[in-house]
Design a protein around this ligand. Structure first.
Ligand code: DC
Length: 208
């Protein structure tokens, strides 16, 4: 059971991916963490986010486990990750590890921006999770507040719009739905309803 999930920032794809992985008892990889960890590595070394050579070195050295999620999931790192993720060499450096993860015999759930288009183009199930920018900003603001960050809804909404534009507009592996992906709009859905809809998509695409 290989499930590829893509979508813009704060669309709910991570929560959905985690729940699907638990449901089908397969491992889950949040590929956004790879770009976040690469950006964090650069900032920790005092490097610029456009230092391609260092970024590639850090990306190649990532272990895909034991991320310091608390730090990586902050607002600043999401923005920095989006900048680093636009560097083609960084993306290239991360392809092999993601494909290896996806090829586990028991299957896997991966979520990101280019899973259905670039990393796992043959995945039998592809879901493109989306929601309105305002809904995503509300969710992200709640999540950040829950983590103790000071949040300003307008600033979070602006971040989301900026990130959408950068992630969709870049030349390499831009955020977009694969031609054979099913779009799941979660604007009006809570997590249980989104999960039920995702299960229906999986059942239709990969009947047991
Ligand atoms: O999903 P996220 O918000 O944690 O991702 C952070 C940034 O990383 C996102 O703005 C774009 C980039 N990213 C990407 O380009 N490709 C992926 N597969 C996952 C994330």
């Amino acid at each position: 059971m290989l499930i590829a999930i893509d979508g813009p920032a704060a669309s709910g794809k991570g929560t959905l991916a985690r729940r699907l992985a638990r449901h089908f008892n397969v491992p889950h990889l949040d590929t956004g963490l790879l770009y976040r960890a690469t950006a964090a590595g650069l900032l920790d070394k005092g490097c610029r986010l456009d230092d391609v050579e260092r970024a590639v070195g850090i990306a190649r050295g990532l272990a895909l486990v034991d991320f310091n999620e608390d730090r990586l999931r902050g607002r600043e790192m999401g923005e920095a990750a989006s900048v680093v993720a636009a560097i083609p060499e960084v993306r290239e450096a991360l392809v092999k590890a993601q494909r290896r993860f996806a090829s586990r015999p028991e299957g896997a759930v991966l979520d990101g921006r280019d899973i259905g288009t670039v990393i796992c183009p043959d995945a039998p199930v592809k879901i493109f999770v989306t929601a309105s920018p305002e809904t995503r900003a509300q969710r992200r603001a709640l999540e950040l507040a829950g983590r103790g960050e000071k949040v300003d809804y307008a600033a979070v909404l602006e971040d989301i719009r900026k990130r959408d534009a950068r992630d969709s507009g870049r030349a390499t592996a831009p955020l977009k739905a694969a031609a054979d992906a099913v779009t799941l709009d979660t604007t009006l859905l809570d997590i249980d309803a989104a999960f039920a809809a995702a299960l229906r998509i999986v059942a239709a695409r990969a009947p047991a």
